[in-house]
Design a protein around this ligand. Structure first.
Ligand SMILES: NC(=O)c1ccc[n+]([C@@H]2O[C@H](COP(=O)([O-])OP(=O)(O)OC[C@H]3O[C@@H](n4cnc5c(N)ncnc54)[C@H](O)[C@@H]3O)[C@@H](O)[C@H]2O)c1
Length: 308
């Protein structure tokens, strides 16, 4: 199992670390355009191997895609992150060109690869990869919902004053400050709907805090977060690499599902050896359907800025 991660920055390196620590991949290649940067991160991570007890071999490459040849899975984290006060959508001008070039280079050396798109604005970047690479739709997956759901569960656990592991919940819709749709109706604490414990007002607050989860961290850190994003990507990589058939909300190309067409947006999906193996259609109530529709309109507006 060979995994390439393009962009050895904060999220890329964090993802490499979690993949290595979970010890399911034989090889991780980090690639970056910045001279020596990926090699340095790879060496630093390899020096944690005996400390963390993993056997995954991590190597680095400065823009040499031959080193990524025959990757099973490739993660695209290359591009600029947002600064405090910016929206993810504002990154499109720079990141679209980077994502287009990187995905094309990856496929040249690994024609059977499954791509996981992380660079923002993620739903639009995932759509761009669908439009420009010709890879089958199951082999292009956008990561956003897994992170947003982890943030939702964290906020729910705060409100419930319980450990996050007691909580289950999911965020679908666009990966943006306004487009996320936290499914509070379906969220549970040990199988009990969270509505049994929290007022509607408190649940609305949890939803709002979840939606600006990334912006809150960007304001605190001065750049976008990396630990939870890296961990979330590593979960998707593991599900595919180990054929786990796990369900994550992922940005998927929709062809009629949820009443939407020609768009990539967050929906629950089953991930296994064939990548995104199945989209799960939930029975949404009217309010959730309306939020999903509004979210899709926002993503389509950003897609309209692409030159495809
Ligand atoms: N989808 C999500 O949930 C999510 C979460 C966090 C961050 N992000 C996004 O991920 C991206 C990376 O964030 P980060 O914090 O790691 O940024 P970063 O600046 O730390 O790292 C980005 C890296 O990409 C490299 N790069 C730029 N152009 C490249 C190219 N053409 N080829 C190879 N490498 C190139 C840079 O040299 C840099 O090292 C951003 O767009 C950010 O918004 C997405």
């Amino acid at each position: 199992m060979k995994v390439t991660i393009v962009g050895a920055g904060a999220v890329g390196a964090s993802c490499a670390e979690y993949v290595a620590i979970k010890n399911f991949a034989s090889e991780v290649v980090l690639l970056d355009i910045k001279e020596g940067y990926a090699e340095g991160k790879a060496m630093d991570l390899m020096q944690t191997a005996t400390l963390n007890g993993f056997d995954t071999k991590i190597t680095g490459s400065t823009n040499d895609y031959s080193k990524t040849a025959n990757s099973d899975i490739a993660v695209i984290t290359s591009g600029i992150p947002r600064k405090p006060g910016m929206t993810r959508e504002e990154l499109i001008g720079i990141n679209a060109g980077i994502v287009k070039e990187v995905s094309s280079n990856l496929i040249k050396h690994s024609p059977n690869v499954t791509l996981i798109v992380v660079s923002n604005p993620m739903d639009t970047m995932t759509y761009l990869v669908h439009k420009t690479t010709g890879l089958p739709k199951n082999k292009i997956i956008g990561m956003g919902g897994a992170l947003d759901s982890a943030r939702f569960k964290y906020r729910l656990s705060e409100a419930l004053e319980c450990p996050p592991s007691d909580v289950d919940g999911m965020v679908i819709g666009g990966h943006s400050d306004t487009g996320m749709v936290p499914l509070t109706r379906l969220a549970t604490r040990n199988s009990v709907p969270v509505k049994a414990f929290l007022s509607e007002e408190r649940l609305n607050q949890v939803s709002e805090d979840t939606k600006v989860g990334g912006a809150t961290l960007t304001k605190l850190l001065g750049t976008s977060a990396w630990y939870a994003p890296g961990a979330a990507v590593s979960g998707l990589v593991q599900a595919i690499a180990c054929d786990q058939k796990k369900m994550f909300p992922c940005s998927a190309l929709l062809e009629g599902e949820y009443g939407l067409n020609d768009i990539c947006i967050g929906v629950p999906a089953i991930l296994g050896k064939d990548g995104l193996e199945k989209i799960v259609e939930l029975q949404l109530d009217d309010a959730e359907k309306a939020k999903m529709k509004e979210s899709a309109e926002g993503v389509k507006k950003t897609n309209g800025l692409l030159d495809v």
